[in-house]
Write a protein that binds this ligand. Structure first.
Ligand SMILES: Cc1cc2nc3c(=O)[nH]c(=O)nc-3n(C[C@H](O)[C@H](O)[C@H](O)COP(=O)(O)O)c2cc1C
Length: 150
């Protein structure tokens, strides 16, 4: 039997990882390697993503207020679908009761939550920002030459 080479694609917007888990559970059953497109990645260029007609895709997004997050929809709109067949997954439910609270055990202060929250619910602690700004200003006071560490 002739084997047809297909590119399996996963296109996911998953700020806190739940949607990613759901997408992985689906594509984990596929035998071919899966190409992953992370719609949460602000640095990625989505218009360069082109699916072929024979490239099955899983498109997975969370529900925010009963809708696809606008940022995810906008980035997904840049992808060239190429008439590919796709499975659409929407993950919802179990929102945390106090979304403004930070879990100190898992938070690494990367600020991703503040950067992507559509409700602007998360903000940096201004006292911490002031301390960090002072430390950075001091460290950057004089220009340094590049150094190579081997
Ligand atoms: C701003 C916001 C709005 C949400 N709105 C809903 C909603 O209307 N209905 C619902 O069932 N879940 C809602 N949720 C819960 C998410 O859909 C759910 O936690 C999802 O798993 C988050 O996906 P992620 O882990 O990939 O970020 C909301 C979550 C957030 C952060």
């Amino acid at each position: 039997m002739t084997q047809i080479q297909m590119n399996m694609v996963q296109i996911v917007f998953s700020p806190t990882g739940g949607t990613q888990k759901a997408a992985d559970a689906i594509t984990g059953t596929w035998r071919e390697p899966v190409q992953k497109v992370d719609l949460s990645d602000a640095a990625a260029g989505f218009s360069a993503v082109r699916l072929g007609e024979d490239d099955p895709a899983v498109i997975a997004v969370p529900s925010f207020g009963g809708r696809v997050p606008a940022l995810a929809a906008q980035r997904l709109g840049q992808v060239h679908g190429g008439r590919a067949r796709c499975v659409v997954v929407c993950v919802y439910g179990n929102p945390r009761e106090r979304p403004r609270e930070t879990d100190g055990k898992t938070c690494i202060s990367c600020m991703r939550c503040a950067a992507i929250c559509p409700q602007s619910a998360r903000k940096a602690n201004s006292a911490l920002v002031a301390v960090a700004a002072r430390a950075i200003k001091k460290a950057c006071a004089e220009q340094r030459r590049n150094e190579l560490f081997c």
